[in-house]
Design a protein around this ligand. Sequence first.
Ligand SMILES: [Zn+2]
Ligand SMILES: [Zn+2]
Length: 332
Amino acid sequence: MTKLGDWIEPHPHGIYIPAADAWIDPSRPSPRALVTHGHADHARGGHGAVWATRATLAIMDVRYGPQPGQPVDYGERVDFGAVTARFVPAGHVLGSAQIVLEHRGETVVISGDYKRRPDPTCAPFEPVKCDVFITEATFGLPVFRHPATGGEIDKLLRALHANPDRCVLVGAYALGKAQRLIRELRDRGHDAPIYLHGAMEKLCALYVAHGVDLGDLRTVAGADKADLTGKIIVAPPSALTDVWSRRLPDPITAMASGWMRVRQRAVQRGVELPLILSDHADWDELTATLIEIAPKEVWVTHGRDDALVHWCMTRQIKARALAVTVYEDEDD
Ligand SMILES: [Zn+2]
Ligand SMILES: [Zn+2]
């Protein structure tokens, strides 16, 4: 008797599909790579050929130089030998996709990273019925319940308006989080210029080129202290404590991350204003997604796999943790 999904080979450095001779999100250079999205723990340079959405390929071009890219549209079918692949929105960052594989009458969905709450900068997650759902579990513990986005954005705006002589310096990952934060601020009516650390510029320009309006963006490099007073400045998390930040007018240090739920992480980074804003599904979204999709089996790739596997077992859903290497995500 064949086992469900036994044509899928999980390895520490990616998921290999022998019948397609292709890897999903390989962390080593591979002749044929299917890439779910542009974050560095999923998209690496140096592959022989890369199948990904146009936006993901554009992100990889920015980060690694021109890619041997094979652009795939959402919903388009691509055949790899006897395996058919389809890219479906994952709601994680611009261009992010779940990869739906069909082979031997079975459907396997590799979710990559995903979230379920609305994100004005990317297409929403699309649930696909399948036999095996391969899921992440970055926030796979019941303590992780992300609060409503609007409330976190309001916290930031309140701090800004209550301190007109200071500025708010927000640490946010350069791909996805930064652009979502800016777009959410615009949607809450904040139309003042927002200043960017140099490391943010290219990816913000890429989002704008892909139709995400981010409003009036300026660079810190060309600004003086008077320009920056009373303004929001977005920088990579590593810049928060860098000498770079000394040029800013008495910054209130904030950070936008799902990990800001953990008080200790905020303290470690010297964050005065933690903003819980995540691009990953929280516990409720993970479990609601499994109930909605109702796969025959759940395989958990990275994150806190134990709790989610246990939850599945209590629901009579067959589940197992895969030995895919746990990277320190650049995206949270
Ligand atoms: Zn990601
Ligand atoms: Zn990831």
